[in-house]
Design a protein around this ligand. Structure first.
Ligand SMILES: O=P(O)(O)OC[C@H]1O[C@@H](O)[C@H](O)[C@@H](O)[C@@H]1O
Length: 280
């Protein structure tokens, strides 16, 4: 990690060799090592600052997704400093409404991010509570950058029978492809109602990805063309990650005063399996 370009971080060892690192800036998971290797991609060119989110790890998207709202792209949560409250078995961060948040989104809220490393897994949970006197709606996502050996060999399994919104092509509604998602250029899709586990393979390794509370899944890789214009990505950096995001985008969450919502993403290391190899 480039220490000068990234904020200070907190570390926590879980069972086995599981070890997570996260920053209070954005409540951003920067690293998760498990079973002998780093499982998240963090760009060596990543930087942070006012309105500048860290490229890689797990950005927290709240209270809006992309430009679907009047505030900053992907919301303000990923570029504000949260309050750290480390616990023995998890890293916890809290964010409450303040002048900077009310400027973009005029609601009183409490958000918490809990990051819990297990022997073969990482659980990341976002909780939002309405502390206002009126109902509000929001979108959210855990914008996870999974490390892969090579994007050309990477497949996302489990979405074969789901239609999707193609954000790369004017939000066109597309039918199911009956095949794993593969990457040979920009892929930017929102899949609705994806309740089952997904499997991400890169020809060598396999990760299972589960979600609770989040109804949608966003799959994103910029491809070579867009990546070349991203200053905080290393040359060919797009080859080293795929974003599989647990998301609530197409149907925003509505909370009445006093109500709370929790969405979680669980990443689970699985051993490689021939049945998931390309062409297998
Ligand atoms: O560059 P950003 O703001 O972190 O966004 C990265 C990508 O995030 C994804 O979630 C979106 O679907 C893409 O459209 C977007 O390009």
């Amino acid at each position: 990690m480039n220490a000068t370009a990234l904020p200070a971080s907190l570390q926590l060892n879980g069972p086995g060799d599981s070890r997570v690192e996260a920053s209070a800036f954005g409540a951003h998971v920067l690293s998760w090592r498990c079973r002998g290797r780093e499982r998240l991609y963090l760009s060596p060119n990543a930087s942070f600052g006012a309105g500048k989110a860290i490229r890689g790890g797990v950005p927290v998207i709240f209270p809006q997704f992309a430009l679907r709202g009047g505030g900053p792209r992907h919301g303000f949560a990923r570029t504000l400093t949260w309050e750290a409250d480390p616990q023995p078995t998890r890293l916890s961060f809290q964010l409450r409404d303040r002048e900077e948040t009310r400027r973009h989104w005029p609601h009183r809220f409490e958000a918490a991010l809990d990051i819990e490393p297990g022997e073969d897994r990482l659980r990341i949970a976002l909780t939002v509570r309405n502390s206002d006197r009126a109902a509000f709606e929001f979108s959210a996502a855990l914008h996870t950058y999974l490390a892969v050996g090579d994007i050309d060999a990477t497949l996302v399994h489990g979405l074969e029978d789901r239609g999707y919104v193609d954000s790369a092509h004017g939000d066109a509604a597309c039918p199911p492809t009956d095949a794993p998602v593969r990457f040979d250029g920009e892929v930017d899709r929102i899949y609705a109602d994806t309740q089952r586990p997904l499997r991400i393979t890169d020809g060598e390794h396999m990760l299972r990805c589960e979600a609770e509370g989040f109804a949608d899944t966003v799959v994103w890789n910029p491809g070579a063309g867009l990546a070349a214009g991203m200053a905080d990505l290393e040359p060919d950096g797009h080859r080293r990650f795929v974003c599989v995001e647990a998301a609530q985008v197409l149907q925003p969450v509505r909370l009445e005063p006093g109500q709370a919502w929790t969405g979680a993403q669980i990443l689970i290391v699985e051993s490689s399996s021939a049945q998931y190899r390309i062409g297998g």
